[in-house]
Write a protein that binds this ligand. Structure first.
Ligand code: SF4
Ligand code: SF4
Length: 386
């Protein structure tokens, strides 16, 4: 049975208004600072109508499309993590009183977000952060509160970017889980409409409030063809077979030195990554010393302080820091969380100022490993010093 329905642009506008009426803060793609970033939207007029993005290693440009697509781009630098796991968050405050200090814990944020335009790889990234913040031995109350109130209005990708590789990571481009509603945008023969399907009870209830019409077989097939075509457009691929062992076996590969010669240790790749979750805490006081606060802030394995323990930083070279990042993403994450830490969104490639590309770096190690197996007496790759 065909359970898809169709709405037009006015229907999408109505959806945004229905969500706002239910108390949701609707967040979706908008244009700011020459990039598509996530911000509050109150109507479809806030969406990047008629814009697309061009991406390559270290390159991001907005470009006009020849049509009025609302979701005709891939991904910008933002991910939903900035809302569910904000870059700065106060954990508690303390006020001096007659008997010492009174600690005032921060209340969990009860905001209700409706995330409009989430892509399949991004939903996979949220599921990965759920494992970290909710499903482990320590629950992050702030994340949990925001997460359980959040609604995801996903969009199937109508095009892939040059740095996308979700097909390799089996995280897209078709939205299959983690959504409440999913849209597929269709522009054809002067028509502009959206196939819409529910992925949860909450999504079904919202559908009842929309003016929908059942999708015809033709409309459903068009939507399927769009996603199938996107899957064929991936700008990057990454062979993931035995990737954990490949990286564990090559911790001293000469490639890490080569990357270190290019990497600026700027931490951009960790900031834009939708799964990176590391943070640090900072304590601040006012000038009187009567009031103190503890703040959690995003941190990165690329900063020197990140691995600082008694006596200094454990990873005091760029080589060791990049190796830690990539090996964690693709190998030790599997031991820790039973999944890859990479969903193939490509942001770390696009937003690396020098265009370092983890798909290329993996393939360099894999190819030299294969050559070495074929020619064990050759002098391939392993480096003496770590
Ligand atoms: S490692 Fe790079 S491609 Fe993978 S999820 Fe993070 S930002 Fe995206
Ligand atoms: S890989 Fe690129 S983005 Fe990441 S720290 Fe190095 S230079 Fe910065």
């Amino acid at each position: 049975m065909n359970e898809s329905s169709v709405i037009d642009k006015n229907g999408l506008d109505l959806l945004i208004k229905i969500l706002a009426g239910k108390g949701y803060l609707v967040v979706g793609p908008t244009i700011r600072d020459e990039a598509i970033v996530y911000d509050t939207v109150s109507s479809i007029a806030d969406l990047p109508m008629g814009w697309t993005d061009e991406q390559e290693g270290g390159i991001y440009r907005l470009k006009k499309r020849s049509d009025n697509a609302l979701f005709g781009f891939t991904l910008g630098p933002h991910s939903w993590k900035q809302f569910l796991h904000p870059s700065e968050k106060r954990l508690w405050q303390a006020n001096r009183n007659d008997s010492g200090f009174e600690i005032i814990p921060e209340k969990a944020d009860e905001k209700k977000y409706a995330f409009l335009g989430a892509r399949s790889c991004e939903l996979h990234a949220v599921a990965i952060q759920d494992k970290v913040f909710i499903e482990g031995s320590h629950t992050d109350q702030h994340y949990q509160s925001l997460r359980q109130n959040a609604l995801f209005i996903a969009v199937n990708c109508g095009q892939a970017g040059n740095t996308c590789f979700c097909v390799s990571m089996q995280t897209g481009p078709k939205v299959e889980a983690g959504h409440d509603l999913v849209l597929t945008e269709i522009l054809q023969d002067g028509d502009h409409y959206f196939l819409i399907e529910a992925g949860s009870e909450a999504g079904k209830n919202i559908l009842k409030e929309l003016k929908i019409k059942p999708a015809t077989n033709d409309e459903t097939e068009r939507a399927e063809a769009i996603v199938a075509n996107t899957a064929k457009q991936m700008g990057r691929t990454m062979e993931t077979k035995n990737i954990k062992q490949l990286l564990y076996d090559n911790l001293e590969h000469s490639s890490w030195d080569d990357i270190a010669g290019r990497c600026l240790s700027c931490a951009n790749c960790t900031m834009v990554c939708p799964t990176c979750f590391c943070s640090t805490v900072e304590d601040v006081t006012d000038v009187t010393g009567d009031h103190a606060e503890r703040w959690q802030k995003w941190d990165s394995c690329f900063t020197m302080d990140f691995s600082s323990i008694h006596g200094g930083a454990v990873r005091n070279t760029t080589k060791s820091r990049y190796r830690q990042w990539m090996t964690h993403k693709l190998a030790s994450w599997q031991d820790q969380f039973d999944s890859s830490g990479c969903v193939g969104c490509g942001r770390c490639i696009t937003w690396c100022p020098v265009g370092i590309d983890l798909t290329r770096e993996v393939s360099v190690i894999r190819e030299s490993n294969t050559r070495q197996k074929e020619n064990p007496s050759g002098s391939e790759a392993q480096n003496e010093d770590s």
